[in-house]
Ligand binder design. Sequence first.
Ligand code: HEC
Ligand code: HEC
Length: 252
Amino acid sequence: MSGRWVGSRYCASDQGASDHGAPVQHVLSGAIVGLALLALPCAPNHAESRVPELTGRALSSTPDARHGEVLYQKFCAGCHRKNGRGSDESAVPALAGQHPSYLIKQMAAFIEFEREDSGLHRVLAQAELSRPQSLSDLGAYLGSLPVNRESNIAHGSSDAKAIAEGERLYADNCSVCHLPTAEGDAEHFLPKLRGQNYSYVLMQLRRLAHGHRFDTSDALLAVFDAMTSAEMEAVANYLSRLPPAPTHTAAR
Ligand code: HEC
Ligand code: HEC
């Protein structure tokens, strides 16, 4: 498959291969179905985004995780916590152990106003942080941190039936893209969802459902749109309780 990036979204096309993100082959057939849903044809004259270029330049830099740590502790730890696990009470996402490629793409999207959140734009657009090298360093440092261990489940239900319902909903609607392990896929910028903070997952599901967030294809919107509030809570509850995968590796 070939295509190009329009906005921060990968568009299927016959002409021109993308520098990154072109889903050529995947060992898991489920992921191919998911990626086909992601790569929809886009309008031809859409303004080109700078997110793919910034992301690509950061991904081709050689990361210095120690410098990433210095930047992180100076600019980010106040909200995302020293250990990178964020905060359930304030719906601040855990960044620890997330795929560097996904983190870099999101940082680029905040910098370029392609992901809503003016506060974070102001932080990340500073000259010291918005360079490709800094994004690469931050991604490498955060990706190397251990994933959430004490899960942030302040609001979720510990009822076994509620958790099983979340697991079923996840398997039916989400695992095709985020993988059955909820480990996501670094190569295709798919976030790891295991152990993510409950309130943050819920907030993002509501935003995704309302088309407030970036890179969402119509097919994906339809998945979220069909979910009730109770179903979103169940799936967020299930995901926030998943322990780190035994196979966890900081990919890319
Ligand atoms: C003022 C508090 C605050 C500071 C400082 C802050 N963040 Fe955030 N960050 C947030 C919040 C809140 C969100 C969720 C934004 C949203 O989607 O509404 C977030 C989201 C993110 C995301 C998206 C995560 C995901 O799973 O999609 C990344 C990446 C990120 N921040 C990186 C950083 C980095 C790197 C720094 C330091 C350079 C930083 N943040 C500083 C509060 C902060
Ligand atoms: C068609 C593939 C696809 C399916 C199906 C899908 N997602 Fe996603 N999801 C994505 C992509 C791609 C992103 C990242 C979007 C971006 O780059 O901004 C994402 C982002 C998210 C995020 C934001 C994560 C973060 O750290 O900010 C959450 C939460 C999420 N998905 C949960 C779900 C749940 C729960 C389901 C099932 C109900 C689901 N997704 C189904 C592709 C998918």
